[in-house]
Design a protein around this ligand. Sequence first.
Ligand code: C5P
Length: 234
Amino acid sequence: MSRYFAIVPAAGSGSRFGAEQPKQYLPLAGRPLIYHTLLALCRSSHIERVFVVLAPDDMHWRHHDWRDLGPKLETVYNGGATRADSVIAGLQAAATAAADDDWVLVHDAARPCLSQPMLDALVAGVGADGDGGLLAVPVADTLKRAAADDRVIATEPRDGLWQAQTPQMFHYTPLLTALLAARDAGHGVTDEAGAIEAAGGRPKLVRCDPTNLKVTFPADLALAELILFARRER
Ligand code: C5P
């Protein structure tokens, strides 16, 4: 039976956020942001091990206490220049643990509001589908294309458009092969599904909701805190 592993690329500098330290270490509900992300994965009964991929020169990780996360967590300091490079590094670190057809769930460090029902929906929704899949949300807003001066030049049809989230879940060897091929071909893929698509796959979209947000700008951090507190009060 296939097993499940998680890889959390956390080697980004978070330059769009504009804080002094990388956004994954900013305080959120009393803990570093990435603690919440890792807790969701470490708590999941599906997942056997969680590899967190840090920048080789990461100076922040060691200043926090991660013991509450338990024994599933493995830290590797081999992140790369792009998100795809960091995921490849994480997959290589997992090579001795993972078999070809084990599942890998790649999840952004910067998505701290992942819940157990979301994880369960992804695992059930993808099932045994060989092309894998990802959490995603149908686009709700009207889409405008802008010129360089921020004036509208077109309204784009939103039919059939989804926003990709994470986790994104694929078999180990097809994912590593697809990411390496995309890198060799110079495709700047921004998620794992993009690499699988470039290799001819058709990943399954598993409907999630906007609370699985990615913290990119300062306002997202306040929103993430509200979501986590609201769940605690339920
Ligand atoms: O910058 P963005 O929010 O799109 O990054 C998505 C995820 O990829 C984050 O968890 C970030 O830490 C990670 N990343 C990485 N290595 C990079 C760039 C981004 O692990 N070189």
